[in-house]
Ligand binder design. Structure first.
Ligand SMILES: [Zn+2]
Length: 338
């Protein structure tokens, strides 16, 4: 009886070993296949007449702009303790009782997501790949990362707005206003010092993020409000100001937005029949009508065009363009580094 059991145990162990080896083989195959695709993409970038980049939230996530975890705790521990927030994004929708508290939250949010540099060099790596090409960027991201990494402003179209701009909340007129100076004032009024060294360490043991350019000097109590005099109001009608972000039909499309839209159309006209690479990066399923579907359609309409897509998880494309598509499943930063 005992012997039988050990025999069975041995068999089981063998089977497990075989399963493990097979799983490793599958993994190796996947890595090989991915490397072939990366090589192919590199060659396509080199020989394309032009590259149109379409970038979604996944690109900034890959660059380290995460909205939860230690990055969230670092700057919002007081808000988390008071309200039980889980992540930066949903906490932004909370109906704060006073505009002073609303802007304390939002000024930190805007400062770390718009004015600080991305933790990883993903945008810089991307820029190096296309800087000598005739390129254009269409993006739903509002965090200004392309410009911070050296992309030419006249080759960018931010369709959904910019955290760095305010607009009238009504809106009573179609202008936007640069908000860097006032956001800095709001941050400093809460006790932070801008340009300081490491971020404050956390009492719960979460490692603090290095060199974020914001520090809280010892003895400075962190305030969760800003002075009433800093609450931004429309210079024309006095209504509260808000971020220039497309959330509903109150979004202001200012002169800069229209000029970028025109330049994007010019680029498409110029490249219509040429060898163009449509490079889709980190575009999720939320707004496929802005980048993903047009990229598929334009690829289908131009036999010389190639469609490439890098995404963590979602990499599908229609059968009609599959023979001219390179779909790579993985972290964008890691793929670009190769
Ligand atoms: Zn107004």
């Amino acid at each position: 009886m005992k012997r039988k059991e050990t025999e069975a145990g041995k068999m089981k162990g063998k089977e497990e070993k075989i399963r493990k080896v097979r799983a490793e083989d599958v993994n190796i195959e996947k890595i090989k296949e991915r490397n072939v695709k990366i090589k192919k993409l590199k060659a396509e970038i080199q020989c394309a007449d032009a590259v149109l980049i379409g970038a979604g939230a996944g690109l900034s996530t890959s660059a380290g702009f995460t909205y939860d975890g230690s990055r969230f705790k670092c700057y919002f521990l007081d808000f988390i303790e008071k309200y039980g927030f889980q992540d930066m994004y949903t906490a932004g929708f909370y109906p704060y009782e006073t505009p002073e508290e609303h802007w304390a939250y939002w000024s930190r949010y805007i400062f770390i997501n718009r004015y600080q540099n991305a933790p990883k060099n993903v945008y810089d790596d991307l820029f190096r790949l296309v800087q000598d090409k005739d390129y254009f960027v269409l993006t739903t991201n509002v965090d200004h990362c392309f410009q911070k990494s050296g992309f030419d402003k006249s080759r960018l179209f931010y369709t959904q707005g910019d955290y760095g701009l305010f607009q009238c909340s009504k809106p009573c007129h179609q202008n936007t206003y640069d908000n860097e100076a006032i956001i800095r004032e709001m941050i400093e009024a809460q006790g932070y010092v801008i340009g300081g060294g490491d971020a404050p360490s956390l009492p719960d043991g979460t490692p603090s993020l290095p060199k974020y350019g914001l520090s809280l000097p010892e003895g400075n109590p962190l305030k969760m409000t800003i002075p009433s005099g800093l609450v931004p109001r429309c210079p024309v009608c006095g209504a509260p100001m808000t971020m220039n972000l497309r959330a509903d039909n109150a979004f202001v499309e200012d002169r800069g937005w229209h000029m970028a839209a025109d330049r994007y159309q010019d680029f498409l006209r110029r490249q219509k029949r040429k060898k163009i690479l449509y490079l889709e990066l980190g575009v999720g399923g939320n707004t496929p009508g802005i980048i993903k579907y047009p990229f598929w359609q334009m690829t289908a309409g131009n036999p010389k065009a190639v469609y490439a897509c890098i995404n963590n998880g979602e990499t599908a494309c229609p059968r009609e363009i599959r023979d001219r598509a390179i779909c790579i499943n993985g972290d964008i930063g890691e793929v670009l580094k190769n």
